[in-house]
Design a protein around this ligand. Structure first.
Ligand SMILES: Nc1ncnc2c1ncn2[C@@H]1O[C@H](COP(=O)(O)OP(=O)(O)OP(=O)(O)O)[C@@H](O)[C@H]1O
Length: 272
């Protein structure tokens, strides 16, 4: 079943009386349970696309449907994790989780919601930090809390915008493993759209990788990642197919980067 349908989506902004396109004619279908990463040069519209799917921005043209219904605004079916965690600073870890659960599990009792919040704190290793406020947690802990919140609210779709972009390499590996564990542990894997700059992360996590061109962002290529799950990072990186795929992706992205730089130079010359 198709879970997310992005149909002819374009987005432009008006800046200084001039209109510039950020996304142009994006067509993409995500099947139920598919994990799809979006990768592309900085400024190619990846976050804008996530915002449009989440109903936080309205596209200039086209539409997005989730589960067959046109997205008209933010809704409880979507779980979102951003790079900046988006936790409530005035709530403790436990309260951040409880609040999110309370607003998405209307039929649960207080006891059930509390048990769920504690269960997810435990899964992400934050039980001992349940009464701590986000500003007293490390970046990795805050991101674990944000991930726990997303899973605890049982959304039908996961949207993740560079969730581990600010983490150091070790924390990043730990978070990728935690994400894969949580994502694949349930009987149904949720449909996920994931923005990243990291080719290795995209290959490890995804069923498909969508490459966007520099501004305006258009789909340049969609690459299937057919490694069996569960994937073992250390075996994967030794495999010839992984090395070939990684090298292909890096050369496509390198081309994209050079195109983006020459566009920027042209723009600077036009302004001069
Ligand atoms: N509200 C806005 N008004 C005008 N321009 C905007 C607005 N929001 C975003 N942009 C522009 O749209 C373009 C795409 O931004 P977006 O954040 O979607 O890119 P991105 O691919 O996610 O970038 P990065 O990889 O650096 O996070 C950028 O040039 C940005 O400056």
């Amino acid at each position: 079943m198709t879970k997310i349908e992005i149909e002819n989506v374009s987005m432009h902004y008006e800046v200084d009386d001039r209109s510039f396109f950020v996304l142009e004619n994006i067509n993409l279908h995500l099947q139920d349970g598919e994990f799809v990463s979006i990768i592309g040069p900085s400024g190619c519209g990846k976050s804008t696309l996530i915002d449009i799917i989440a109903g936080l921005k309205k596209p200039s043209q086209g539409e997005v449907r989730v589960g067959g219904k046109k997205v008209q605004g933010p809704g409880p079916d979507l779980g979102i994790v951003f790079q900046d965690y988006s936790l409530f600073p005035w709530m403790t870890s436990y309260e951040n989780l409880y609040f999110a659960i309370e607003h998405t599990n209307e039929n649960s009792s207080k006891g059930e919601m509390s048990a769920k919040a504690k269960k997810y704190l435990d899964i992400v290793g934050l039980s001992n930090f349940s009464d701590k406020f986000p500003n007293t947690l490390s970046g990795g802990m805050r991101q674990r809390l944000a991930i726990a919140r997303m899973f605890a609210t049982d959304p039908k779709i996961f949207l993740m915008d560079e969730p581990f972009g600010a983490l150091d390499a070790l924390n990043r590996i730990h978070m990728q493993d935690l994400l894969l564990y949580l994502w694949s542990r349930g009987h149904s894997r949720e449909t996920t759209l994931y923005v990243t700059h990291d080719v290795d992360e995209a290959i490890l996590l995804s069923d498909k990788i969508v490459i966007l061109t520099p501004s305006p962002g258009k789909i340049k290529d969609i690459i299937d990642v057919e490694f069996e799950r569960p994937r073992c990072r250390s075996n994967l990186v030794k495999c010839a197919e992984y090395i070939r795929l990684r090298s292909d992706l890096l050369s496509i992205l390198n081309e994209e980067m050079l195109d983006a730089l020459s566009e920027q130079e042209k723009h600077m010359r036009d302004l001069a």
